[in-house]
Write a protein that binds this ligand. Structure first.
Ligand SMILES: [Zn+2]
Length: 267
């Protein structure tokens, strides 16, 4: 039996056993090959590997607390506010942010250096929080890495019979690719989360424009794993304009971001 057919049969039968979960972002029923506890197990196992692979955590407790506090503000108003979330800044120079299943969200030094406000940071963290809440990460991992390899790696404490080393598997996790549909949902869902958490939603438009501009001169790892949908800036701006938000009450946080992040990265 070919691997694909086996996966299909596994998918169909597991819908009966694991169940088709409702994606709270879209309200649609989706097949979930991993259980929520497996999401958390995978995140917990691979978070330290991913940190190691990307240069380790930035060694500045005040900066880490700030990133985490912005992330927790968003997590608390998300559809899965009862989950435990971890927002961590890594030393890597790439322009990237990504999530592991189970609430582990990372942002790189390269990305932090290009952002200018707390609202822009909130935009990236909100986008990633939607991927976690919608369980896009868990789905991408099961389809792009393979469910059996993932589960055996988690349960045995090793990668499957030496097929992949932990470093290779980590590399695959870092380079997971989402669909454009997932991206659009993460953008719009993230925009809603930003506003609900009290952030000015233009922070997301600015961030996406910055990434698109950067891509003209360098590799933007974030855009390789999160392929930009068509008209991204247009649909984000339209959503803000029709959203009737009281923008004057929503936080931008330029001074705090500079003092807590940018000044500390250069020192
Ligand atoms: Zn994304």
């Amino acid at each position: 039996m070919s691997g694909k057919i086996r996966l299909l049969i596994l998918s169909l039968t597991s819908c009966l056993f694991i169940g088709c979960a409702i994606n709270p972002i879209t309200g649609e029923e989706e097949l979930m090959l991993l259980s929520e506890s497996q999401d958390i197990e995978i995140g917990r196992k691979y978070a330290p590997e991913v940190e190691k692979e990307l240069g380790g955590k930035i060694d500045n407790p005040a900066l880490q607390n700030y990133i985490d506090s912005v992330g927790q503000r968003i997590a608390r108003i998300s559809h899965r506010s009862d989950w435990e979330y971890h927002f961590v800044a890594l030393k890597d120079d790439s322009l990237n942010a990504f999530a592991l299943p189970g609430g582990y969200i990372f942002i790189t030094k390269g990305m932090l250096e290009k952002l200018q406000t707390e609202a822009q940071l909130a935009a990236i963290l909100a986008h990633e929080t939607v991927h976690v809440v919608a369980r896009d990460t868990a789905n991408a991992m099961s389809s792009q890495i393979g469910l059996s390899l993932l589960l055996s790696a988690v349960t045995s404490g090793e990668t499957s019979r030496g097929v992949l080393t932990a470093a290779q598997l980590t590399q695959q996790i870092i380079s997971l690719r989402y669909s454009r549909k997932d991206e659009r949902e993460a953008d719009l869902g993230g925009l809603d989360y930003m506003v609900a958490a009290g952030y000015n939603p233009y922070g997301m438009v600015e961030t996406m424009q910055m990434l698109e501009n950067e891509q003209k001169v360098r590799t933007v790892e974030f855009l390789s794993s999160h392929p930009p949908p068509e008209n991204r800036t247009a649909y984000l701006t339209q959503r803000i304009q029709t959203g009737n938000y009281n923008l004057t009450e929503l936080r931008i946080g330029k001074g705090d971001y500079r003092r807590t992040v940018l000044d500390r990265l250069t020192n």
